[in-house]
Design a protein around this ligand. Sequence first.
Ligand SMILES: Cc1cc2nc3c(=O)[nH]c(=O)nc-3n(C[C@H](O)[C@H](O)[C@H](O)COP(=O)(O)OP(=O)(O)OC[C@H]3O[C@@H](n4cnc5c(N)ncnc54)[C@H](O)[C@@H]3O)c2cc1C
Length: 521
Amino acid sequence: MNDFYDVVIIGAGLAGLSAGAYICKDGHSLLICEQSDQTGGYFRSFKQEGFVFDVGLKAVENAGMLLPMLHQLKLDQKINLHKSDSAMVLADRILPLREAQDIRKFYNLLGEYFPDERIGLKALEKETDKISKWVNIMVTLPNPLFEEPKHILSRLPAWLFYNFPGLIDFRRTQALLEVPLTDFLVRYLSNRDLIRLLTGLYFAGTPALFGLGYSKIYLDYYYPAEGMQSLTDILGNYIIEKGGQIQTLTGVTKISVKNGHATGVELEGGRKIRSKYVITAADMKQTFLELIEDLVLPPDFRNRIVKAEIGESAVCVFLGTDLPPDELPVQGCSHLHVHPGLQGIEAADRMKNDFFSRTPVEMSIPCLNNPALAPPGKSGIIISALAKSGFSHDWETQGSKPTTAYYALKEEVADQLINIANKVIPGLEEHILFREVATPHTYSRYTLNAGGSICGWTYDRNTTFHRKGMAGIGNSMLTPIPNLLQAGHWTVYPGGAPVCILSGRLAAAYVHRHISRVKEN
Ligand SMILES: Cc1cc2nc3c(=O)[nH]c(=O)nc-3n(C[C@H](O)[C@H](O)[C@H](O)COP(=O)(O)OP(=O)(O)OC[C@H]3O[C@@H](n4cnc5c(N)ncnc54)[C@H](O)[C@@H]3O)c2cc1C
């Protein structure tokens, strides 16, 4: 480690590594400090008894950024990404989501269960179709951040021709980013169970554009053959090959500020590293409330950070089982969205004691993407559900420390989630060889995200940090402190993997445009 770099990045999650890859590509010197023992953040995978488990996402959406980034960095040949098959499980029916017409089948299936709502469901299907067109515009948009100008020019005419119908409705559809999904659904549906079914898998306050846009996103999910971690590993390797440095077990304890400008970082143990730019790709609450002295921040910005609500976390149960993958009754789909019943659930239920016995869950079976991710004839299965960090007295922790009650609670919740997965794979619990459980407390401990939030700020527009609209995205890398930039799922609404790539790219582009003007401090 040197004493000076052009850029220091705090955090080696998807955002920090995406920013870092472009900074190295542009020829600037770089240090990434990662407090944990491994890079990847929520893209970590772990191996136990020959089973590979992903701690975070079950698959990643391209969203018009992942594949273009890999192509631009010439990394697409180095990773074996393939389409990940999703399925919706409704009561006792499994519906694979492999192509656009499967979404129609989903609405038809809902119509079978809720015959009185068929007219509303038809209208909703039409709205979903419009939103799919909007999503298509966004994810295929010729994007100078990820594509060379000559490539953009050559595909622009075909893009305009294909997307013309969606462009007509573009503004009206985009306005649905400000309308909560639940409010939108009541325009078409009156059955509360059905509305809860259509919202229960999502974050509280999820906008209609996003909730219904998922029908398109489900078809756009990819899985790296070696597990989710391999996606961030190839970015890390790229950075090192280009001369950048990544230091794990290197927590940043302070961002140094001189004359109002960021000038570097201070590490655990007190070592100081100077830099022209600091990019924080870590939690915004931590960055602005712990790593920076209060007086340096404009008071209203600081107040907004204090007041804004964080988003949901998750509980994940990782199971090693002796079930042969080809005998799993999931029609070959590796990523399942499971509704255990037809009553649905609402966000407010997430604080209720019985929540985990009736919540919708996601299930993922990595070895259905690549048999090498489990021992021969066996399957690793991950069950996950959204969770509030405040559930049951902050998961029975005390001052962020686990208690005996915490360990009991997490096993009880795991039992409840296994019980739900049992409806998809009958007899599952008799085939479990071992199990591990991650709670919001675990996610927070590994990544330092406040409350173990998995996508940054809440999606609820009334209480989130970000102001309305999409206009500010181009400047989302800026902070109130010159030379301190930001990237990651806290920086752009709504948080998630795609905005990590986008914000990382934006921060790197900003550095490249401005760095020659910054003097070494
Ligand atoms: C169970 C689960 C399911 C998910 N499903 C989806 C999905 O379907 N679709 C989707 O888009 N997204 C999903 N996400 C969210 C997505 O994974 C995250 O939004 C994204 O990975 C965040 O990346 P990041 O780089 O911003 O932050 P992180 O991954 O949190 O990385 C931040 C890094 O910074 C490090 N760090 C923090 N503080 C410091 C410090 N002081 N010094 C040094 N290092 C520090 C942390 O250790 C961490 O490695 C899911 C997440 C989880 C957990």
